[in-house]
Design a protein around this ligand. Structure first.
Ligand SMILES: [Zn+2]
Length: 256
């Protein structure tokens, strides 16, 4: 883990690691999304509340973005998508970038304003479809088991890759879909909760039983999980499984 490095072309930058209503809407952890560079091309995943402010604070400028990936329309993931789009296209004046978002987030209960749909490519993800944006491959996987249409993806360039698993109830195919050296997993809970369609840290055991990545990063922590100290939970899972499991924190940078 290092600081944001303008020289490194392949990095993950966590500008938010909070998940769920209480953590995010009280800003106990930030919610500025996961920014990444692959082959020097800048993208953001799930720009939640505060994404624009956090990005600029960290000298990540949305007018350098190649694309935005929205996993689903819940506000902890999408609240700043309009400000980031507007900044990416310089107020709609510059043709730039692509936005990948679920159909439900653009057409059923839109979180992207209608007036804010010019001068970028808007794509509705489809299950098992692969997209290429500025040389970065985005392999969308199966539809998640969440309360609204939700997708994750494996992102890669020729030399580097990582997988992102957003909100979902656990299902066995997760490990088949998200085979990558580095896996990011949104674990809102520490312990599994029956009636919530979210992953828990306990599900990491089921995942690594089927596929062992080189590094597994848990993030998107709900309030009850934060009370359990995610970094200690990650350490415990790592020592139980032998897989390098780490808990993300706001501002964490990972070289890919
Ligand atoms: Zn959600």
């Amino acid at each position: 883990m290092t600081r944001i490095n303008t020289i490194s072309d392949n990095q993950l930058i966590f500008l938010g690691t909070g998940g769920g209503r209480f953590t995010v809407f009280n800003q106990i952890r930030k919610s500025g999304g996961i920014w990444f560079k692959l082959n020097g091309k800048l993208f953001v995943i799930d720009p939640g509340p505060g994404a624009l402010i956090e990005a600029i604070k960290h000298k990540l400028y949305p007018n350098k973005l190649s694309g935005i990936f929205l996993s689903h329309r819940h506000l902890d993931h999408s609240a700043d998508i309009n400000t980031i789009i507007e900044s990416m296209t310089e107020g709609g004046h510059k043709k730039r970038g692509a936005v990948l978002a679920p159909h439900e987030a653009t057409d059923i209960d839109p979180v992207i304003l209608l007036y804010n749909r010019k001068n970028y490519t808007l794509i509705n993800q489809k299950e098992f479809e692969t997209y290429e944006i500025d040389g970065v491959k985005i392999e969308v996987k199966c539809k998640h088991h969440h309360t609204t249409e939700t997708y994750g993806a494996v992102f890669s360039c020729k030399s580097h890759s990582f997988a992102f698993i957003p909100d979902t109830a656990y299902f066995d195919e997760l490990a088949d879909c998200y085979k990558s050296k580095i896996v990011i997993m949104n674990t809102v809970f520490c312990k599994r909760r029956a009636n919530f369609k979210h992953l828990a840290a306990e599900d990491v055991y089921r995942f690594v039983d089927k596929f062992r990545p080189e590094k597994l990063i848990i993030t998107h922590f709900g309030l009850s999980f934060l009370k359990e100290k995610p970094w200690e939970v990650a350490e415990r899972i790592a020592s139980d499984t032998g897989v390098n499991v780490v808990a993300a924190y706001d501002g964490m940078v990972v070289d890919l």
